[in-house]
Design a protein around this ligand. Structure first.
Ligand SMILES: *Cc1c(COP(=O)(O)O)cnc(C)c1O
Length: 452
């Protein structure tokens, strides 16, 4: 009987991450400060350790994974590559569908792939405290877990509305020993200002980032950790694609198309870049890499390619990326991890240069796809992952029409066990599709910072 799970041995966990910068046709543009000049490393060193900043700016193709990090990865990695045979049958498609299950990590998503090395490098640099922000709680719980592995104290600023509505992600972080504060809090200037403006503020991710960065910048013993967007985060996530390549070799198959959900772009870069390396080397010329985003927050498909802030308060350096404008407030879709106004500069540039593709899908279709997947394969996916599943199913149905037996591969970035309230609403017929927010995007793009 053919195997549905292609597994690797712990000894086959990759020894190096892959840095796509080495193979990009053009070097990435540097982040800029408020004066329009490239940001000096020393400015970033207030909140990030040098070993991470070196990775952020590196153009080396292969970066060694420290043994201590591989030891922690071993708790759940290598993650399985699975063949979705029952989904193929349910769809009646000649396509072969595979997925990489990143939901098997302790926190339930791909995010610990970067949280663990970030905690390790900070500890190595002598840092004993980290601050971060979290929206729905996926990143906060990953860094709480990783901090615990390396003896680092973690303080998480959690967007107030999620703090109240997602108590179990909060208790998960507390179980791993992290301190969780509702943002806006009264302990930072940013938080106090926000509370003075509106004592009942629900908070926002941009505000929580500003609070976490303010604290880290103001304390010598404390650094800051970010869960997506930055080059070093995408680098760490390439463990996903590197393992998958070994697994496809074992399976004697190879993807024609790869789909991943795309918020900040870390898991998409993680699954796609190692395969992009083959394209860069002249192999797999027909391989297609597709980033899938929500129609309500379509940064790649409807955004501008411009320098913009990474956060909504304008605290961070300017990065050249596809953006909807830093003050764009996405509608309250249930895929919290995809509600980001921009996208990683590496993903943005490769999209701009035509090396990867992007498409946007509406909310209802994503839940329909997630439920179909759960009923066929058993696993209940995170709402973010459902975006990739929707796009994969649509392609599989096109294959059914054309009779093509393509190999389709998607990133199951997480399980949905903490998102059952969202499934509840879908099953009760209470979920809606949001219109493409054209006017709000145009208004926000009008406020893009002027550079050069
Ligand atoms: C955070 C998250 C995402 C989106 O973040 P990226 O940086 O774009 O990968 C996707 N899926 C899950 C399960 C997440 O938690």
């Amino acid at each position: 009987m053919e195997s549905l799970r292609i597994v690797l041995d712990a000894s086959e966990i990759p020894t190096h991450w892959y840095n796509v910068v080495a193979d990009m046709p053009n070097a990435p543009l540097p982040p800029l400060g408020p004066d329009g000049q490239p940001v000096a490393v020393e400015q970033m060193a207030a909140i990030f350790p040098m070993n991470i900043l070196e990775q952020e700016m590196s153009a080396e193709r292969w970066i060694p994974i420290p043994q201590e990090v591989r030891e922690i990865y071993r708790l759940w990695r290598p993650s399985p590559l699975c063949r979705a045979r029952r989904l193929e049958e349910a769809l009646g498609t000649p396509a072969r569908i595979y997925y990489k299950n990143e939901g098997v990590s302790p926190a339930g998503s791909h995010k610990p792939n970067s949280a663990v090395p970030q905690a390790f490098y900070n500890r190595q640099a002598g840092v004993r405290r980290l601050t971060t922000e979290t929206g729905a709680g996926q990143w906060g719980s990953s860094i709480a877990f990783a901090g615990q592995m390396f003896g680092i104290d973690v303080r998480v600023y959690m967007v107030k509305v999620s703090y109240d509505q997602k108590p179990f992600r909060r208790s998960m972080m507390q179980t791993w020993g992290a301190e969780v504060l509702a943002s806006p809090s009264a302990i930072t200037q940013t938080g106090r200002d926000a509370l003075a403006r509106d004592p009942h503020s629900n908070g926002s991710l941009g505000l929580a980032i500003s609070e976490a960065v303010e604290e880290a910048a103001g304390r010598a013993d404390t650094n800051y950790a970010l869960g997506s967007v930055l080059n070093h985060v995408l680098l760490h996530q390439t463990i996903i694609g590197l393992e998958a390549k070994k697994q496809f070799e074992k399976a004697g198959d190879w993807p024609d198309m790869i789909f991943g959900p795309c918020g900040g772009g870390s898991s998409f870069g993680g699954i796609a870049f190692p395969f992009l390396a083959d394209k860069a080397a002249g192999n797999s010329p027909n391989l297609r890499l597709v980033a899938v985003e929500p129609t309500s927050c379509p940064s790649l498909t409807k955004g501008a390619y411009a320098y913009d802030f990474g956060d909504s308060s304008g605290f961070t350096p300017l990065m050249k990326m596809y953006t909807l404008g830093h003050d764009f407030m996405p509608p309250g879709i249930h895929a919290g991890g995809l509600r980001y106004h921009g996208a990683s500069q590496l993903v943005s540039q490769l999209y701009h240069e035509g090396l990867i593709e992007a498409l946007a899908v509406p909310q209802l279709g994503t839940f329909e796809a997630g439920v179909m997947f759960a009923r066929a394969e058993g696993i209940i996916p995170a709402p973010e992952s459902n975006h990739a599943i929707r796009a994969t199913i649509d392609e599989a149905l096109r294959c059914k029409e054309s009779g093509e037996a393509k190999t389709l591969f998607f990133n199951l970035t997480g399980h949905g066990h903490f998102d059952m309230a969202s499934y509840d609403r879908y099953l009760a017929g209470q979920l809606e599709n949001y219109e493409y927010p054209a006017e709000a995007i145009a208004a926000s793009l009008a406020h893009l910072p002027q550079v050069g």
